[in-house]
Design a binder for this molecule. Structure first.
Ligand SMILES: NC(=O)c1ccc[n+]([C@@H]2O[C@H](COP(=O)([O-])OP(=O)(O)OC[C@H]3O[C@@H](n4cnc5c(N)ncnc54)[C@H](O)[C@@H]3O)[C@@H](O)[C@H]2O)c1
Length: 395
């Protein structure tokens, strides 16, 4: 059925021939989703991985060990990129140059300068460019965004998000050569796991103006990147926000609290609760003769049924955007915001100063190059490479 989001399509395709590059944990998951027929209008025609044995199970499809050959092959209309982070930019740019639609795994790039290059290459706006921010399909976050945008909470005073349920063991970090190094992954909990929450943060509340942060490097794991972060953000209108995340805490928590002039909203354990003030706090404060009373409040439990379609939902939306012009839930160009916020938090911590946004892309690039040069983890990376280990999806 054609959704109301759909507008007149610019595409003449009746089916999207999809290629997937990167057949690791995430790429194989996407392959299976399409092969299981969960994405109407999408046909998997080709896969690519530099590691040739990973191609063997897909002998019925066209297979490639070089993404450039896949892109040149004429076998695909669209490319899903599920490779390690630094390769997202060159692969995306090559795909746009060849006139392919692109669905990019998160993060769209490791640093702002690369994200700018990728977005600059997206010149043909008839192509669809989406990002795999699967948590945007979650009805809890959609509802919070709607309430904030409709002004149901009034002026937002304070946001506090603790996301410490990203626990990862040392075995996880040992499971892939590119993981948890500045050179391979470009960061730790921020760029890998928490990028989802950071994307949602800016999607719901917009971009802050100033950032301070403490990023602990390898506090809980034998790694050279951050595994715990406490950050405070300031918005231009005075709203203050905090973000706490960690891969070293158990049991962790995912708790979002939003205080506004018209009440307070919390999301925890899938429960969305809104304490709604009968009259806005600011008006009550100005008009009451009571010194210690607070405004009367109604407690509203907002019923939300499920977690959304996650990765399948984003892939369906990408396919429908190509075939029918459906509005994108996670446009690829918006991916630069989470990259910039992550870069800013790391800059703030390493330089021990408040960072004003927009950041200077070259300044962060210099810091990153320095961290890569100073890395002492290369030997360990070689030792860990090939170690067994599979892990749960970072969703
Ligand atoms: N959206 C999510 O929930 C989610 C979850 C996990 C991972 N991811 C993202 O998916 C991407 C891949 O992560 P993963 O966990 O699957 O990694 P992985 O290490 O399991 O797999 C990466 C695969 O890419 C291949 N590869 C590397 N460079 C390549 C190149 N230049 N050309 C072709 N193939 C290449 C590797 O051989 C490997 O098979 C990352 O961007 C990661 O952040 C997203």
């Amino acid at each position: 059925m054609v959704s109301p989001l759909m507008k007149k399509s610019s595409s003449k395709l009746s089916v999207v021939r999809l290629g997937i590059v990167g057949l690791g944990n995430m790429g194989r998951y996407h392959v299976q989703t399409v092969l299981d027929g969960k994405i109407p209008g999408c046909q998997l025609t080709a896969v690519c991985d530099v590691d040739a044995p990973r191609l063997k199970p897909y002998a019925k499809l066209q297979t490639f060990t070089d993404y450039r050959e896949l892109i040149r092959s004429g076998a695909i209309d669209a490319l899903l990129v599920a490779t390690p982070h630094y390769s997202h930019t060159p692969i995306g740019i090559a795909a746009f140059k060849a006139g392919l639609h692109v669905l990019m795994e998160k993060p769209i790039s490791v640093h702002k300068a690369d994200a700018q290059k990728l977005i600059a290459a997206y010149t043909n706006k008839k192509l669809v460019f989406a990002a795999m921010f699967n948590q945007r399909t979650d009805p809890h976050y959609q509802k919070i965004r709607e309430l904030v945008q409709k002004g149901e909470l009034g002026a937002i005073q304070r946001i506090q998000w603790t996301i410490t349920d990203w626990f990862r063991s040392q075995a996880y970090y040992n499971s892939g050569g590119w993981r948890a190094t500045w050179k391979g992954e470009g960061g730790g909990v921020l760029i890998n796991q928490c990028v989802h929450n950071i994307d949602l943060y800016q999607w719901i509340f917009g971009m802050p103006q100033k950032i301070r942060a403490v990023c602990h490097i390898g506090r809980y794991h034998d790694i050279e990147v951050e595994d715990e972060v406490t950050a405070t953000w300031e918005y231009a209108n005075g709203t203050t926000a905090s973000l706490i995340t960690s891969t070293g805490e158990a049991p962790g928590v995912n708790r979002l609290e939003v205080a506004g002039d018209r009440g307070r909203l919390t999301l925890e354990n899938g429960n969305l609760t809104f304490w709604r003030n009968e009259i806005p706090t600011s008006r009550y404060s100005r008009t009451t003769n009571e010194a210690y009373q607070v405004p009367a409040t109604w407690k509203i439990e907002i019923p939300i049924r499920d977690r959304g379609e996650q990765h399948t939902g984003i892939l369906k939306n990408f396919t429908n955007a190509i075939l029918h012009g459906e509005k994108l839930l996670a446009p690829g160009v918006e991916g630069i915001h989470s990259v910039e916020l992550i870069n800013a938090m790391l800059l703030a911590s390493f330089k021990d100063k408040a960072i004003t946004l927009p950041i200077k892309a070259a300044e962060y690039d210099r810091l990153l190059q320095q961290l890569i040069r100073q890395s002492t983890f290369r030997k360990k990376v070689r030792r860990y490479r090939g170690a067994a280990g599979n892990y749960l999806l970072d969703c």
